[in-house]
Design a protein around this ligand. Structure first.
Ligand code: BGP
Length: 486
């Protein structure tokens, strides 16, 4: 029989920039998400390019008052409908909900000294509503967003001053929400700085004279995020006794294509890079290979005297991660069929099914990832994103028969249970996303993840009304039986 530990935190996840909408309401400033443009009719293989934003895109977006082509400005109007949505999550029996705070609701430009009270009021009520519904909030301080002002006037996280701005913002969050929020995360998928530098660290790569200079700037920005994350962890513990801070990474498990040692080495290299981000935040130090790489490339990453001490002293309490797919490395990659869609690309794995967006679905890989992470760090784990994006169809009778989603979750849940059975300490699971919202990488509505359907299309047409999909009742039963019905 499938067994999950008592008190296992079942729930779902969303992010402010993809669900709230209300981008210019109640004093909110513009964020990097508000300039992410939806491009109609883009082929799957080109989605990756939608992550890239140029200064021209930014300038145009700042002038645009119409939100038709900027879906993250609309989200799913969670800003106004959160009570209705939380009631649905409560009905499903959620024990936890992962949300993020939009930095720009509290500090519209990022560099103000005093926060916008309206922003604080909004989140205070959101967290109180969750508490009333017996749902434990898990809050990300920065989920793919930062004030656009800091990009335009400070070059984003490359600038050291941004560390202070973020720390001020984090402190206000801890002080304001200390009675409601115990579990926190600093940066969503901190490893994605190299996949989409604009969204995560506000770096416009075109500003740098060549690829190497851009890479150096990204490492500099990343270092600043590591320091900011450690200072935030320290403050969180000081301000909220009993609180827990987690790091958040994309778990990108890579397999070798064959037992050829060269394939194995290539896969090891990828996995090692993936571990770098957790090593810094969990173990508290930079792995030697990163310093070697900086030296080899002639990078001069500026650090202040206490930076490495701070990183070493204030490490996280738990490790959270997103898990969507696994990858394959091969020395013969050139001759192999590629997959990967909009997240990352690699060699096709003939043993796995591929989602509509080209992601290789691998439930066993989740078990392997849990075991890997637990054996390496011996810290509690929390799966904070996992799910399948698909073009759900509303039947004539109004139902949404998303059996493929049920299948996807069932297979993944069984693997989590197996990992737990092998001794892995797993605190909880929040599916991505528990309600349809705007896709991060494609800025589409049609890439749907939720147990709840939202009636809105890519260009914002629709009633925005919510409908339960077939998976809604299924997940409700999984939670009610703590996984035993699987
Ligand atoms: C993760 C992000 C989420 C989310 C998810 C699915 O990388 O943390 O914000 O959106 O991926 O990706 P997408 O929306 O591009 O399908």
């Amino acid at each position: 029989m499938i067994k999950f530990p008592e008190g296992f935190l079942w729930g779902g996840a969303v992010a402010a920039n993809q669900c709230e909408g209300a981008w210019n309401i109640d004093g909110k400033g513009m964020s990097v998400a508000d300039v992410a443009m939806y491009k109609p009719n883009v082929d799957v293989k080109d989605y990756v390019s939608q992550w890239h934003v140029s200064q021209k895109n930014v300038d145009e977006a700042m002038k645009a008052t119409d939100d038709t082509y900027y879906p993250k400005r609309r989200g799913i109007d969670f800003y106004h409908r959160y009570k209705e949505d939380i009631a649905l999550f409560e009905e499903m029996g959620f024990k936890t909900l992962r949300v993020s705070i939009a930095w720009t609701r509290l500090f519209p430009n990022g560099n103000e000294t005093e926060p916008n009270e309206k922003g604080i009021e909004y989140y205070k009520d959101l967290f109180k509503t969750l508490r009333k519904a017996n749902i434990e909030p898990l809050v990300t301080l920065s989920h793919y967003e930062m004030p656009l002002y800091l990009v335009n006037h400070y070059d984003g996280w490359v600038n050291r001053e941004v560390v202070d701005f973020f720390v001020r913002y984090a402190k206000v969050c801890f002080e304001s929400f200390k009675d409601e929020v115990k579990y926190w995360l600093t940066f969503n998928e901190i490893d994605s700085v190299f996949r989409h530098a604009f969204t995560t660290i506000g770096v416009l790569e075109e500003k740098y004279e060549n690829k190497e200079k851009a890479e150096e700037a990204i490492y500099q920005a990343l270092h600043h995020q590591f320091v900011a994350s450690s200072i935030a962890t320290k403050l969180c513990h000081e301000i909220i006794p009993g609180s827990q801070m987690g790091c958040m990474v994309t778990k990108t498990l890579t397999y070798p294509e064959t037992c050829n040692p060269e394939d194995i080495y290539l896969a090891q290299k990828d996995n090692r890079v993936n571990s770098f981000y957790t090593d810094v935040q969990v173990l508290g130090f930079y792995p030697t290979f990163i310093f070697k790489e900086w030296k080899r490339k002639g990078f001069d990453i500026k650090m202040e005297k206490d930076d490495l001490d701070i990183i070493q002293k204030y490490t996280v309490d738990f490790i959270s991660f997103s898990y969507y797919m696994s990858m394959v490395q091969s020395i013969n990659a050139e001759q192999r069929e590629k997959v990967g869609g909009n997240l990352t690309t690699g060699v096709k794995n003939p043993y796995l099914h591929i989602s509509e967006w080209g992601w290789q679905v691998d439930p066993v890989g989740l078990k392997i990832s849990l075991i890997d992470l637990y054996d390496r760090y011996h810290k509690p784990l929390w799966i904070v994103e996992n799910g399948i994006g698909s073009k759900d169809v509303v039947e004539e009778n109004g139902t949404i028969q998303d059996d493929y989603r049920i299948e996807y979750f069932r297979n993944h849940f069984k693997q989590i249970a197996l990992a737990i059975d092998e001794g892995v300490e797993c605190m909880g699971y929040t599916s991505w996303a528990c309600i349809d919202l705007v896709s991060a990488s494609t800025s589409q509505m049609t890439k749907r993840y939720g147990f709840i359907y939202v009636d809105a299309d890519d260009l914002g047409n629709g009633t925005y009304n919510r409908f339960k999909k077939k998976s809604f009742d299924w997940y409700k039963k999984v939670i009610a039986t703590n996984g035993e019905c699987l």
